[in-house]
Unconditional design. Structure first.
Length: 340
């Protein structure tokens, strides 16, 4: 399935049905009077966050969504039926913006959340509504009100508990595949990952969601490489796992490169709790490992975790460290550990 995290759509709610002009004409009834019914209300356009979706790819094939027009009123005081609504089903984490792509309308952060994007037009009054003591036979009715139309931007920011960041080939996809059932593409060349991947990790009987995004390189915030367009998918995470490959000649420089790109992007990523790990340590001998671990510790100001997803070394410690930060963050937000 292809990945799409931003798209533009056109929506239009339904027009209201017109009111009817009608008079009772029945045998043996001398004064029938007006009996035109009201028009039905036009359909609304709704957006709903649903489970089971993690991309906006469906909106590549359909960009126009129009609700139905309300039925016109009829004689015998019959009101027209309301128009059918239209619902845009989006993944949890989708943001809806105005046409300027800056003004946020709604952030769909919970499964089942619904929001009305455009209200249908009211139905027009039939001529029975206008009968009065001075006008016993009104011969006019109201037309229905027009629906709303607008162009909107949909932008997806995946909701995960932990995010993986690092340079290309830092071992992020291997880490995700080793601790979850996700199967991202893994190969020995840069930018193997071209779109974000999600996986559910389990440690000590507790589950949490991990997001893996394409690697960052120097100048990513200016569009170099794949750029920083996917960093929005780790904005909602509670902790970042920064992987630095042990194959890097200068691990301190590799760490600082990604750290600078996170700060340049903004979005609160620079203030997010971060766990630093030296990955792919199975390629080093003991002396080289000590040297690079020391250099990375000096650069980040803390002792990094040492792990190798390929051979399963250090994975349990890394997952427990992530889980510890997530539990603490959820406790601060009013969630108990049992909700993890």
């Amino acid at each position: 399935m292809k990945f799409l995290d931003e798209t533009k759509v056109y929506i239009r709610s339904g027009d209201g049905g017109a009111g009817a002009v009608s008079f009772r004409r029945e045998k043996f009834i001398e004064f029938g009077g007006p009996d035109g019914g009201d028009g039905g209300r036009g359909g609304d356009v709704w957006v709903e966050a649903v489970n089971g979706l993690n991309t906006l790819i469906d909106f590549r094939y359909q960009q126009h969504f129009k609700a139905k027009t309300g039925q016109h009123g009829m004689g015998r005081n019959r009101t027209g039926a309301g128009g059918d609504d239209v619902t845009l089903k989006v993944p949890v984490g989708t943001q809806i913006f105005e046409e300027d792509n800056e003004t946020l309308i709604v952030d769909m952060v919970a499964e089942g959340q619904r929001y009305r994007l455009a209200a249908g037009g009211n139905g027009g009054f039939g001529n029975a509504r206008f009968k009065s003591s001075t006008n016993q036979a009104p011969n006019w009715a109201n037309p229905g009100l027009e629906g709303d139309e607008k162009t909107l931007w949909l932008r997806l920011k995946l909701i995960a508990d932990a995010g993986l960041v690092g340079l290309p080939n830092a071992g992020k996809s291997t880490f995700l595949a080793a601790c979850t059932r996700a199967r991202p593409k893994i190969a020995n060349y840069p930018f193997t990952t071209l779109h974000p991947n999600l996986g559910v990790a389990t440690i000590d009987g507790n589950e949490f969601i991990i997001a893996d995004i394409p690697g960052l390189i120097e100048g990513a915030h200016e569009g170099v490489g794949i750029g920083d367009r996917f960093l929005g998918h780790v904005e909602r995470t509670r902790v970042l796992l920064h992987l630095v490959s042990a194959q890097e000649e200068d691990v301190a420089k590799a760490y600082k490169t990604v750290k600078y790109e996170l700060e340049a992007y903004g979005g609160g990523l620079e203030d997010k709790p971060q766990i630093v790990a030296l990955s792919q340590i199975d390629v080093l001998d003991e002396d080289e490992l000590k040297v690079k671990a020391k250099a990375l510790a000096k650069a980040c100001g803390e002792q990094p975790l040492l792990l190798s997803a390929a051979v399963g070394k250090g994975m349990t410690e890394a997952l427990r460290a992530l889980r510890s930060v997530i539990v603490a963050a959820k406790a601060g937000e009013g969630f108990g550990e049992e909700n993890l």
